[in-house]
Design a protein around this ligand. Structure first.
Ligand code: GLV
Ligand code: MN
Ligand code: MN
Length: 399
């Protein structure tokens, strides 16, 4: 029988990033397509029937597709230079959990599906959890079709090239109605599970989070001929805005704010940029506080930009309010995993989007480094096995 580690080993060479380290597996890249094919093959080996819905979500069915099924799964796309476990751990564990349930002789009284959600990280089209947002209608389909990647490919184009009809992207009542309960197993992304205690935890909530694009407009010019006092340099404003972001978040308990991506346009060593785009990630348990933090950052950005002879504009790319998982389902998961602590997470997940439409819950597996979205993310083999057993226990209790 496969183990989670043997399954992850079988995809260990897919999407390795020789420049950043770790894995770069953006949605519908060659790497992610390889992983989708790998998933379909693994599901087929287990006798699960795989289909792709109109939003590109993969569903592998044990039993007939039916309303109110039990669904588990995660994602296969990654952030740039991410770790091996964020997403694939949940998918591999779901496949192994099916093996465990079959070995235990479990005969489900409702169908079980393993689902793979595309673009969970939003690293290609900018909107996190794009697959589950499309499925649930949490994103307007026209807006989604027009999202574009860094090379100017729209989601509509990319969907078409991958066999989907872009006109059909968007809320899918039939697929949504099939989710009776959703359970996502995921690598823990902080230091919530200590070295000596249990290897798995039950999720309680997801921290509210959103992404905003801040564009600072200046005057593109020559690095040699433009006197320092004559410049309207958006990079100088952007540098100060990054510091202001930290200052605003540091002044508010439980707030997190990050600028992890910054792009000068046109981006030449001897060119004063005409524009700098910064992407802002802001998180707080209270959604009103998040809105206030973003407003404060925007205000500071405008002042800083004006002082440098520039202007700053802010656009929301996505927002997900704080989610408390369904209390009854969380209790059932907890009962199936006696001794497992209950943990909140600061990371976003498809389970958070689906929670608004079907009872959803999460199981976290220990990450001894406490690091994620980085090659240093890690799960020990024994903990990965414990995670798949725990997922099987949860699924068995719910089947
Ligand atoms: C996804 O991992 C996120 O929290 O942004
Ligand atoms: Mn992630
Ligand atoms: Mn993830």
């Amino acid at each position: 029988m496969d183990t989670v580690t043997s399954l992850l080993d079988s995809i260990a060479d897919v999407g390795r990033d020789p420049v950043r380290g770790g894995y770069t597996r953006p949605v519908y890249s060659a790497a992610e397509l390889d992983l989708r094919a790998w998933f379909s093959e693994q599901a087929g080996r287990r006798g699960l029937a795989v289909d792709t819905d109109r939003n590109g979500i993969l569903w592998a069915w044990w039993g007939e597709p039916q309303r109110g099924a039990l669904v588990t799964g995660s994602h296969l796309d990654s952030v740039p230079g991410g770790g091996a476990f964020d997403g694939p751990l949940g998918v591999a564990s779901a496949l192994v959990a099916v093996d465990v349930l079959k070995a235990r002789g479990v005969e489900p009284n409702r169908s079980l599906a393993v689902a793979v959600f595309p673009e969970e990280e939003g690293s290609r089209f900018g909107v996190a959890c794009l697959g589950s947002r499309l499925l649930t209608g949490a994103i307007d389909a026209d807006r989604a079709r027009n999202l574009s990647d860094d090379d100017g490919n729209t989601l509509a184009d990319v969907a078409r090239r991958n066999g989907l009809d872009p006109r059909l992207l968007g809320r899918d009542e039939e697929a949504l109605g099939r989710i009776g309960d959703f359970i996502e197993l995921h690598v823990e992304q902080g230091r919530g599970l200590g070295e000596d205690g249990p290897a798995v935890a039950v999720g309680s909530s997801i921290l509210g989070h959103g992404r905003w694009k801040l564009s600072v407009h200046g005057q593109g010019n020559h690095a040699g001929t433009t006197l320092m006092e004559d410049r309207q340099d958006p990079m100088v404003a952007a540098a100060q805005i990054v510091l202001a972001v930290r200052q605003v978040a540091a002044g508010r308990r439980d707030a997190r704010a990050t600028v992890g991506r910054l792009q000068p346009v046109p981006g030449g060593t001897n060119v004063i940029a005409s524009r700098v785009d910064l992407w802002l990630d802001v998180r707080h348990p209270d959604d009103e506080v998040t809105a206030g933090l973003v407003e404060a950052i925007h205000g500071k950005a405008q002042k800083i930009a004006a002082f440098e002879g520039c202007t700053a504009t802010l656009t929301e790319e996505s927002f997900s309010g704080t989610v408390q998982f369904d209390a009854a389902l969380q209790r059932q998961v907890g009962n199936a995993l006696p001794g497992a602590p209950v943990l909140a997470t600061g990371a976003g997940h498809d389970a958070g989007v689906l929670a608004g439409f079907a009872p959803s819950a999460m199981v976290f597996v220990r990450n001894p480094t406490g690091i994620s979205h980085s090659p240093e993310e890690h799960v020990e083999d024994a903990d990965a096995d414990a995670g798949a057993e725990a997922l099987a226990d949860v699924l068995e209790a719910l089947l």
